[in-house]
Design a protein around this ligand. Structure first.
Ligand SMILES: [Zn+2]
Ligand SMILES: [Zn+2]
Length: 254
């Protein structure tokens, strides 16, 4: 199993996961053209993608998803609420997910969706597993619930939102209403909330911790790194911070 971010942040998110013969795309927050460009940077093409999974209908996760699915006949998995919220119009192959009814399989990857508190119609996040390794993905969660904590146990890697620094958000350029939305219980995780979550997870043996969905206006990668360092310095060599502008390397789970 391995994974790669094609870009992450409030202007677009897309993540690849691969095991055996199966290549999944989680969210498509870039236009189809831009996704194509980013895929080519990592020697892949749209036709290599076996399935698209969606977390929710916000445009930074959905932007090019319909066009990609339609042009390349790629099947899509999403909750009923996400499909409704995105006004999914195309006749591409659709698979409706119920985030409360356990896992399902696409090719060589087993997928467990789980619900999160976020201000979308029916948002979910995922754990991806093959016969050897488990990768958790958590972005776009306004708060850490006991359900989230229970879903993210026994992982080998986690891609985790570090959206904002609370002080930078408070003193930043967003209007008050947006500050309240982002920092609220159905918005996004702050650095402190994500560190708090790590403290509830058995992270000692993880191979990768990848910081995602970092706000360009209300956070600073340096703050994210120092928050992690003061939590657990032993994670530093396994820690990466994603970028809005360009794809990451592959994070391999050997
Ligand atoms: Zn988002
Ligand atoms: Zn969102």
């Amino acid at each position: 199993m391995r994974f790669l971010s094609l870009g992450s942040g409030s202007r677009g998110n897309a993540t690849l996961l691969q095991s055996g013969e199966t290549l999944l795309l989680l969210d498509c927050g870039f236009t189809r053209k831009e996704l194509q460009r980013r895929l080519s940077l990592v020697d892949l093409a749209c036709d290599d993608i076996d399935a698209i999974l969606l977390t929710h209908e916000h445009s930074d996760h959905l932007r090019g998803a319909q066009a990609l699915s339609r042009h390349h006949a790629i099947p899509v998995w999403a909750t009923a609420g996400t499909l409704r919220g995105s006004e999914w119009a195309e006749s591409s192959e659709l698979h409706q997910i119920n985030a409360n009814s356990g896992d399902f399989r696409i090719g060589d990857i087993r997928i467990t969706p789980f619900t999160v508190p976020h201000d979308a119609a029916e948002p979910c996040q995922y754990v991806f597993a093959d016969s050897r390794k488990r990768v958790g993905i958590l972005t776009d969660a306004g708060s850490v619930t006991s359900h989230i904590v229970s879903q993210l146990q026994q992982l080998d890697a986690l891609l985790l939102e570090f959206n904002h620094d609370q002080q930078m958000l408070r003193n930043g350029p967003y209007p008050r209403s947006l500050q309240l939305r982002v920092g609220g219980d159905h918005g996004h995780l702050s650095n402190a909330q994500s560190i708090g979550l790590l403290g509830q997870l058995d992270h000692q043996n993880w191979q990768h911790l990848v910081a995602a969905h970092i706000s360009e206006k209300n956070n600073d990668p340096q703050l994210v790194r120092s928050a992690l360092d003061s939590f657990d310095t032993s994670m530093a060599s396994r820690f990466s911070v994603l970028n809005q502008e360009k794809p990451s390397r592959w994070f391999d789970l050997g």
